[in-house]
Design a protein around this ligand. Structure first.
Ligand code: HEC
Ligand code: HEC
Length: 309
């Protein structure tokens, strides 16, 4: 009787162990998440693919964002540079408002749960197989699962101002950015001759976009370093952003286009299935230990009580 219970538990433990290992194995992140970040930024540029002439098939399901053509195919135009879609900087008061949801729900999701959004299974109109190869999708999925962050940790959602320390950011800027962007951020002009836009304009007007570019680089020039590859913390990113916001403006009248609250940090969707399996595993381990100890004690007792003659 005792022996069969022990055997049953051993079997249960082994199978749960295998299940957990299997889960950990399939939970491995494959793909280059930093390249994925640049695909999210602008896949037409990052992958050097031709832009479709017509607007995206889902575009006609909204009528608030008046853009059309190639830009409607970009992940950022529908889901935002802050990954929050209509809940973030592209909210109701933005000219980019579509009402489409963000992609933060993919944080901690399994490979399969994210993959379906690019092969037409999740939504037939959201099928990107004609444009992405398998590697592109892997990289994009890796980005969505593991590198999204809540931009409210770095940027004040009301003012668009960086929450970082410009003094700390100065030395990071001098050593890592000045070579290309110049001492005052005016070496690269993002506008044109008549209406210049410098680094300070870009970082003040759309800090969410800037943070994504600082973390993943720009698809326009792969020489710009990606903070994610340099191993920078988010507070370093915020510091260099804060410093860039103090540099010379080309058009000082431009303000953040949509200072809107995106409401706190959501932690609830982080926990998925693996923790549950581990918890079950641990509970069974504790029960098994209890049974083993009980068995051991009874045996000891039997041994110490003198046998009847
Ligand atoms: C034309 C706008 C548009 C574009 C462009 C677009 N999406 Fe979407 N996306 C949507 C809409 C709308 C949904 C919701 C569809 C549904 O629920 O059936 C969605 C859903 C998703 C989801 C699932 C989100 C969830 O929590 O369920 C992911 C992930 C996603 N998109 C990622 C991307 C990525 C990455 C790109 C760029 C390659 C992209 N999308 C391009 C409009 C767009
Ligand atoms: C090797 C040169 C190089 C270095 C180094 C570099 N950048 Fe850039 N950066 C570029 C180029 C090129 C672009 C794209 C220019 C364009 O869009 O016309 C760019 C774009 C950007 C943008 C995007 C602006 C926008 O909204 O489009 C930001 C923000 C930025 N850089 C910040 C930085 C910061 C901060 C650093 C230092 C950590 C840095 N860059 C280092 C070359 C560089």
């Amino acid at each position: 009787m005792k022996r069969s219970v022990g055997f049953l538990f051993a079997l249960l433990l082994v199978s749960l162990g295998l299940l957990a290992v299997g889960r950990a194995w399939t939970g491995q992140v494959v793909g280059d998440a930093v390249r994925g970040g640049r695909i999210y930024d602008n896949w037409i540029l990052a992958l050097d693919r031709a832009a479709p002439a017509d607007s995206h098939p889902l575009w006609s399901t909204q009528d608030t964002n008046r853009n059309s053509g190639a830009v409607t195919w970009l992940c950022t135009e529908c889901h935002g540079w802050d990954y929050k879609g209509a809940e973030g900087a592209y909210g109701q008061f933005s000219s980019h408002y579509t009402g489409f949801k963000g992609v933060m729900g993919m944080v901690g999701a399994s490979q399969q749960e994210v993959l379906i959004w690019f092969n037409g299974t999740g939504n037939i109109s959201h099928d990107f197989t004609a444009f992405f190869d398998a590697e592109d999708v892997m990289d994009l999925v890796a980005f969505l699962r593991t590198r999204q962050v809540d931009t409210d940790l770095m940027i004040d959602a009301f003012t668009g101002r960086s929450l970082g320390d410009p003094e700390q950011g100065r030395s990071l800027y001098v050593s890592g950015c000045e070579g290309c962007h110049g001492n005052q951020g005016t070496l690269i002009n993002f506008g044109n001759e008549a209406q210049p836009l410098y680094l300070a304009d870009m970082t003040v007007v759309d800090p969410w976009r800037s943070v994504h570019k600082i973390r993943f680089g720009t698809p326009l020039d792969l020489r710009m370093p990606a903070a994610e590859e340099l191993g920078w913390s988010l507070s370093r990113v915020a510091d260099v952003l804060a410093y860039a916001q103090t540099l010379e403006r080309g058009n000082p009248t431009l303000r953040p286009f949509n200072p809107v609250s995106s409401g706190g940090i959501v932690v609830e969707s982080q926990g998925r299935i693996p923790p549950l399996i581990w918890a079950t595993f641990i509970i069974f381990l504790i029960i098994a230990a209890g049974v083993a100890y009980d068995y051991y004690q009874q045996r000891e007792q039997r041994r110490s009580t003198p046998k009847k003659r």
